[in-house]
Ligand binder design. Structure first.
Ligand SMILES: Cc1cc2nc3c(=O)[nH]c(=O)nc-3n(C[C@H](O)[C@H](O)[C@H](O)COP(=O)(O)OP(=O)(O)OC[C@H]3O[C@@H](n4cnc5c(N)ncnc54)[C@H](O)[C@@H]3O)c2cc1C
Length: 581
């Protein structure tokens, strides 16, 4: 007999935990499944802050935040969603404070706020202090706070259960069926569990591991987006993947934008603050897509440090006190991973793959939609980085992801609590797990075959080299061919570990399959979009083209590669304008 819970949450990052908390508070029997121990979720690595127009340091308004989000996203943002984000940011941050989150404080005891890229006063006049923060460990504090609250409110946790498939009733999820639960593989012993549910939330985080140089944890392999895609739900806006300007050279570990928010500068080989040429008003605090492109331009012009492919992040002038009190962790990262002392030396940095603007399409209540007419999939929800509402459009602003988790995680929980009331527990067939058990057993039992780690590495190389900050037709066409070849090789993967106890070899092989799904949709959508917008920079189509391309892309799974469709962007308040900073 399958287990059951009224609501299931897949993923224990900020989005999943806040949704679970909301459900538990509403008296709904709720369980969270997570492949990592909950407090190891990537939300815990978020450094710089979470934005909300509290106005604690200077005048600020949610309307300014809404505008910055839309302009930052190069006008591909759905403006009704951005309004929700900017308005509800304020109450969710205060709610977190009341849950006990230890924010940094102003001298008079209010939540302290600092600057972050693309956040401005009065519709673009200059930088504003909007990011609330707890040193440079904001995500860690959010995750710990929410986890404690979930425990307090009796949320059930399935720790280290890897969800390997989704269940539906009355047809597949992409063709009218209703979500009915999940199939999960218990990592400790390889046992398969079928868990029925009236409502399932995907909150599985991003997929930065498609790329060689990334700030993302090893576990960020796009599981949720890939699983829904395999059941007929499209992936939205996959061509938009953000490269963060300041990764540690060669390994991509992040040095938060908070360093620039506190006044850090970027220097080229000649010691120039080169951002003067690209964004004269906001300089280093321009949005990330622009700063990453500017760095590449400098490097291409031979002005990288020593002619190499990096520049300097300089915080020396901030002084020891600011560096140690407000940028403590990232200073340690520079010391440990680079052997550089930021108090006395500039730190070498290069762009690192960081954030997925695209993902599982949803409406403003986090209900997953399956087509361009916004038809909801009954019982299925998505929130956090795996989802695409879309509040980030073509490029996310710094600190807007944590607030997305809070606002849409909370909305997910509230909506699910309402929806589960009116429906019965779905039925699932007794042998429903057979297909996925078959797939996993094939991986385990194959005597010889392709090596999944090798495919993962080659995929990360081709995505980095051909689908990175700059793209063109030739690079993308080559990437499409290479990803297809890797897919073909993937069908012959064999894992070496034949055991059932903690078989990470097996699960990583499964994750490579998810990364391939994300990569094929990213490449297809990037090839189709013949313009440059936000994080998608085509050298062969350098201009934004609102007449043809002010639309979201939807990539559907099909034999022979993804099929693409488009859907309109919701514009309520701000008409697209040229994007200068
Ligand atoms: C280094 C770094 C710094 C950042 N700093 C900031 C910042 O300062 N401000 C900001 O706004 N944003 C920041 N971001 C972005 C932000 O942290 C993330 O977008 C956000 O935390 C994602 O949260 P999430 O809840 O969607 O998922 P995550 O926190 O990534 O959690 C994903 C969860 O899904 C689970 N999961 C995944 N697949 C499966 C599966 N198959 N079965 C079961 N469970 C599964 C995992 O176990 C995990 O619990 C940063 C990101 C990084 C990488």
């Amino acid at each position: 007999m399958a287990r059951q819970h009224e609501a299931l949450i897949v993923g224990a990052g900020g989005a999943g935990l806040w949704a679970a908390l909301e459900l538990a508070k509403a008296g709904v029997d709720t369980a969270v499944l997570t492949k990592l121990y909950p407090t190891r979720s990537h939300t815990g690595a978020a450094q710089g802050g979470v934005c909300a127009a509290l106005g604690n340091q200077e005048e600020d308004h949610w309307e300014w935040h809404m505008f910055d989000t839309i302009k930052g996203g190069d006008y591909l943002v759905d403006q009704d969603a951005a309004e929700i984000l900017a308005r509800e940011a304020i109450e969710t941050v205060i709610e977190l404070e009341h849950m006990g989150l230890p924010f940094n404080r102003t001298p008079d005891g209010r939540i302290d706020q600092r600057r972050f890229g693309g956040h401005t006063r009065n519709f673009g006049e200059g930088p504003v202090r909007r990011a609330c923060y707890a040193v440079d460990r904001t995500g860690h504090m959010i995750l710990q706070t929410l986890y404690q609250q979930c425990i307090k409110h009796g949320v059930k946790f399935y720790d280290e259960y890897h969800v390997v498939d989704l269940l539906s009733e009355g047809g597949d999820l992409g063709s009218g069926g209703r979500a009915a639960g999940v199939i999960a593989y218990r990592i400790a012993d390889g046992e398969m569990h079928v868990i029925r549910s009236k409502a399932v939330l995907m909150a599985t985080g991003g997929f930065g591991r498609m790329f060689r140089i990334t700030s993302n944890a090893w576990s960020l392999t796009g599981d949720g987006a890939a699983l829904t895609y395999r059941h007929g739900v499209p992936m939205q806006d996959m061509e938009f993947y953000q490269f963060h300007p300041t990764g540690i050279v060669g390994i991509g570990i992040l040095l938060s934008e908070a360093a620039r928010g506190e006044g850090g500068t970027l220097l080229n080989d000649a010691g120039e603050r080169f951002m003067e040429r690209y964004a004269p008003t906001l300089m280093e605090l321009a949005p990330r897509d622009m700063v990453s492109r500017a760095m590449y331009q400098e490097i291409r012009a031979g002005r990288g440090i020593g002619g190499r492919d990096w520049v300097y992040l300089d915080v020396r002038h901030l002084g020891r006190k600011v560096i140690e009190e407000k940028l403590a962790d990232i200073t340690e990262f520079a010391r440990i991973y680079q052997g550089v002392e930021p108090i006395t030396e500039p730190v070498p940095v290069q762009p690192t793959a960081h954030y997925a603007m695209g993902g599982i399409p949803t409406d403003n209540d986090t209900r997953v939609i399956r087509d361009e007419h916004n038809t909801p999939v009954p019982g299925l929800y998505a929130a956090g980085e795996c989802a695409c509402v879309s509040v980030h459009g073509a490029n996310r602003l710094g600190t807007n992801s944590l607030v997305d988790l809070l606002v849409f995680g909370r909305r997910a929980g509230r909506r699910m609590a309402l929806d589960v009331k009116g429906v019965g527990m779905p039925d699932v067939a007794a042998d429903v797990q057979e297909p996925v058990v078959g797939e996993i057993e094939r991986l385990r039992s194959a005597r010889a075959g392709e090596n999944a780690a090798g495919i993962r590495k080659e995929l990360a190389d081709v995505m980095m080299d051909n689908v990175g900050v700059y793209r063109d037709e030739a690079l993308l066409t080559e990437a499409r061919t290479r990803v297809r070849e890797l897919r073909d090789r993937y069908s012959r993967v064999a894992v070496m570990d034949k055991g059932r106890t903690f078989n990470t070899d097996l699960l990583e092989a499964r994750e490579v399959g998810y990364l391939l799904d994300c990569a094929e949709t990213t490449v297809a959508a990037a090839l189709a979009r013949r313009e440059s917008r936000g994080a998608h920079a085509r050298e062969d189509f350098p201009d934004r083209d609102d007449a043809s391309w002010l639309v979201h892309s939807l990539a559907y799974r099909a034999e022979g590669g993804p099929v693409l469709r488009t859907k309109p962007v919701t514009i309520t308040t701000f008409q697209p304008k040229p994007r200068t900073y």
